[in-house]
Design a protein around this ligand. Sequence first.
Ligand code: 13P
Ligand code: SF4
Length: 354
Amino acid sequence: SDPELVERARAAKAALGDRVFVLGHHYQRDEVIEFADTTGDSFKLAKEAAARPDAPWIVFCGVHFMAESADILTSDDQTVILPDLAAGCSMADMAAIDQVEDCWDDLVEAGIADRVVPVTYMNSSAAIKAFTGRHGGTICTSSNARTALTWALDKAGDGGKVLFLPDQHLGRNTYARDLGGPLEDCVVWDPHKPMGGLTPEQLDAATMILWRGHCSVHGRFSVEAVEAARRDIPGVKVIVHPECRHEVVELADEVGSTEKIIKTIAAAPAGTKWVVGTELNLVRRLGQQFPEQQISFLEKNVCYCSTMNRIDLPHLVWALESLVEGRVVNPIRVDPDVAHHARIALDQMLALPG
Ligand code: 13P
Ligand code: SF4
């Protein structure tokens, strides 16, 4: 990266000292990670955001839903800054609050809403987290989805159901792979169709109502790529993120959040051969960090998360230098009523065991 920008970022961080806390998601560019005070998966970053109550400014190098969650979980005296407001998440955008409210109205009409507990992936807007809080559900991330789903199924009771938003793959993988539930218990709710495109019988028989959302990055990993890796690299271990499609996850040796992927590779003996099915910035960095292992990318196609990549060094420098000059750019402020209900669902996640 540009040495002048690196020097400016260093100088701005030094001038701000402990007043700024920079968080970096594992998918961020190297040039940004270099200036992060802490890095993590979305669960770790949600907890870390609240770990520095004395810092008035939290610069969140990640995507919009993560910065919203940090705003909800930090005090009113703290301001969360997203260096580029265009850093969204295509999956989070697949569930709009009015669609989710319509879905709930349909479930009420079908006479089953009182048996449904919502489980909402962190990758969602604050409004949908608030919906989840209002209806007695919980948030989950890829690192605690199993615990969250177990809690919700238990709460739903016999004949109860979970409405899993917005990632159908994480919902299906957690239910069918982690908990060993039958795939036939899962139905997909299509928000563009009346009653989600489902018959009353299908709805009644289902345990998992999966929202029709997916990650545009992880959706590109294919069964063929796993098979090719197994053919071309004898002894290879395949590790993927649970946002990948079920068929891909079923073929993998290991499945986990970004933090788990890093920890699993870090703990493996030298000489282990990995192919990794997650975002490319992270896979490249793993290759640099663990040169004693053989690490390659699951797909030949370049697979950055384009919105994560919007946070680059120029945007970070702009956000930091603005703070030095006494200006707050790109603050993320969640509406207080939305934040209140979203916090209930986030606190429920934080209270889950483990
Ligand atoms: P992690 O919680 O595993 O970091 O995942 C976040 C994400 O957006 C993956 O696409
Ligand atoms: Fe969203 Fe997928 Fe990017 Fe994660 S990798 S932030 S789920 S688009």
